[in-house]
Design a protein around this ligand. Sequence first.
Ligand code: HEC
Length: 164
Amino acid sequence: MKCKIKAVHWLALVPALSLVMAAGPALARQDKLPPAGGQAFSDYIFKTDPYAKWPLWPGMKGMYQGKSPHGKYVQIFVNQLALEAAKAGKPMPPGAIIIKENYDDEKNLVALTPMYKVKGYNPAGGDWYWTKLGPQGKVLAEGKLKGCLRCHEAVKSTDWVFTK
Ligand code: HEC
C-alpha cells in the first residue's frame, strides 16, 4: 500500500518536472539578473546571456538609420521580458533590457547604449538604469545618466522609450 502511494506521487511530479526542465534555461537566466551598477550588467549581456542572440525589437529586421545622436545606424535587441511588453504595447516590467547598438557611417559598431529596468532603482526616471559600453563591453558610463535621461524624458509617457 505504501509503495503504491509513493508511485502515484512520483507520477504526479512528472508533468511538473518536465515543465521546469523545459523552462529551465530561461528561468535560470532571469534568476541571475545583474545588479544595476559597475561591471555586472556588462558581464551579464556579454557572458551570462549574450545579447547578440536575443531577438530584435518586434518588427525590426536589422540595422536601420537612426534619427538620434546614437549613431548613423542602429539596431535594437530586447530580452524576453522586454519583447513581450513591446509586443503588447505595455510599459516595461522590472528585468526588461533594451540594447541599442550604435554604428558609424561605415557600419562599424562603436558603442552599446542599453536601458535596464530595475524596480526601485530610480522612480523619478522610470526605474531605468542607463549605460554606455564599448563594442566589447568596456563600461564607458553607467548609472542614472543625465545625458540619457534628459533626452528620453521627452517620451516619459511611454516609459521613457522612443520606439513603438
Ligand atoms: C539627444 C537625444 C538622446 C540622447 C542623449 C540619448 N538618446 Fe537614446 N534614443 C533617442 C532616440 C530619438 C531614440 C529612438 C531611436 C532612434 O531614432 O535612434 C533612442 C533610442 C534609444 C534606445 C532604444 C529604445 C528607445 O527608447 O527607442 C535605447 C536603449 C537608448 N536610446 C538608450 C540610450 C542611452 C543608454 C543613452 C545615454 C547613454 C541615450 N539613449 C541617450 C534619443 C536620445
